[in-house]
Design a protein around this ligand. Structure first.
Ligand code: GLU
Length: 444
């Protein structure tokens, strides 16, 4: 499609109609427009009340803060932070905070909308939110990272809280960042609420209110989804190969857990380059290499390849687990896989998805595949509220149940509506949100 031609897919048409009604300016190539378009396409198929479509089209709150921070050399920098709270009809807002130098408001809005859908699909008692700080976390010292994190937490003030909005790790943030956020928040909390105040964020270190299994949770959840859905496609995990984009938390855990299940990891690409080993890359050794060098480049037991070769390497499962929109049409045309498993949020452009579906590739959507992270976040939040510590067995067992049920829900909906898995996952989420709005009403 040429850039100037209006897009005529049901998703674009659905989004255009609502944006006209809201008198909002829109750009059909914008990620938020495209994502809400697919959500509205599902809403139209279900025929939910018009008010729900209006409500979901815009986030409830878009918060923007600016954090002045003194750097180690005595200079000052101003960092821009966002928190977008999309919807909270199901419970407190929930979603990660990412640190990235190029983050934009529309990206955060998209990710917040996806959190609403993700929590609703998994039937967690949470709404959807996302936060971001425009910073390159690799380019600052640990002390600078701590100061900016504390400053961001205090700037967000009462906009976050264990009963209101609960951040978590995302791209560029980790358990240490969550520990600083929780500590800052607790120090400002009333003395009567200091015990439960640690539940203000999830993904904390184990020693400071974190949950067993949270670190591997997204990868573990993804494997449980594959366990639930691959048999129906006649695919067995111990007989197949995969490739991965990204070797951060999601990518490296997915690779290591799939290796335990007998899957061959053929190729990996990240911000430092791409590598290939037809006989299989040792996921554990690669994780060690990435920990010490910062990326997959230079891994001894594989050949360096270019991006073109990476995309065209034949594999059964292709798993993007890095940033948004990395699989575009050009890449999709090269790809030779049976299933695209979305580990990252919104990794596939709509044009790439249409192309792959037409070619017969199954596309398993992110709000299903990567819901393991927020699910174990929910377990952590629950443990914090009850001052409990669950063991790994219990966490895994409960995670498996939630992931399996979510996968079954999506499959059932795709049969009921005769639609693809992405639209089915949104439809299941929307149907649940719609029921709750019907019960609660829109008040005042
Ligand atoms: N950032 C993760 C996600 O996108 C986890 C969110 C959470 O645990 O709240 O799903």
């Amino acid at each position: 499609m040429h850039r100037m031609e209006p897009c005529n897919t049901p998703a674009c048409q659905s989004a255009r109609e609502i944006f006209h009604e809201l008198e909002e300016i829109y750009d059909e190539h914008n990620l938020y427009f495209q994502t809400i378009g697919s959500v509205l396409e599902a809403a139209n198929i279900l025929d939910v009340p018009h008010r729900l479509k209006l409500i979901l089209t815009q986030p409830k709150n878009e918060i923007m803060v600016h954090c002045p921070v003194e750097m180690d050399d005595g200079s000052w920098q101003l960092f821009k932070g966002y928190r977008v709270q999309h919807n909270n009809v199901l419970g407190p807002y929930k979603g990660g905070i990412r640190y990235h130098p190029e983050v934009k408001l529309d990206e955060v809005k998209t990710l917040a909308l996806l959190m609403t859908m993700k929590c609703a699909l998994a039937r967690l008692p949470f709404g959807g939110a996302k936060g971001a700080l425009r910073i390159d976390p690799r380019a600052v010292s640990k002390d600078e990272l701590m100061r900016v994190t504390r400053r961001l937490t205090s700037a967000l003030g009462d906009n976050i809280g264990p009963d209101y909005d609960i951040p978590a790790p995302d791209v560029g943030t980790n358990a240490q960042v969550m520990a600083w956020m929780a500590d800052t928040y607790i120090n400002f909390a009333e003395s009567s609420s200091k015990v439960t105040a640690r539940g203000v964020v999830t993904g904390k270190p184990l020693e400071f209110g974190g949950s067993v299994g949270r670190e591997k949770a997204t990868g573990q959840g993804l494997v449980y989804v594959l366990d639930a859905l691959l048999p129906g496609m006649n695919i067995e995990l111990d007989k197949v190969s995969c490739s991965l984009i990204g070797y951060g938390n999601v990518g490296s855990w997915t690779a290591r857990l799939l290796q335990q299940r007998g899957t061959t990891l053929k190729a990996v690409m990240d911000h430092t380059g791409a590598i290939l080993n037809e006989a299989g890359i040792d996921a554990e050794a690669l994780a060690e290499h990435v920990k010490t060098t910062g990326g997959v480049h230079g891994f001894a037991d594989a050949t360096a390849i270019n991006n073109e070769t990476f995309y065209s390497t034949p594999v059964d499962l292709f798993i993007p687990a890095a940033l948004e929109q990395m699989v575009d049409l050009e890449h999709a045309e090269r790809m030779q896989c049976k299933v695209l498993v979305e580990g990252a949020n919104a990794p596939t452009t709509p044009r790439a998805e249409r192309y792959l579906l037409e070619k017969g590739v199954e596309v398993l959507p992110a709000i299903l595949c990567n819901a393991g992270g927020v699910t174990v976040s929910y377990f952590e939040w629950k443990q914090n509220r009850q001052s409990e510590t669950w063991d790994e067995e219990l966490v895994d067992e409960r995670l498996k149940k939630i992931m399996t049920r979510s996968a079954e829900r999506v499959l059932k909906m795709s049969k009921r509506l005769n639609c693809n898995m992405r639209i089915a996952s949104y439809a299941s989420a929307i149907e649940h949100i719609d029921k709750v709005y019907e019960l609660r009403g829109v008040f005042p």
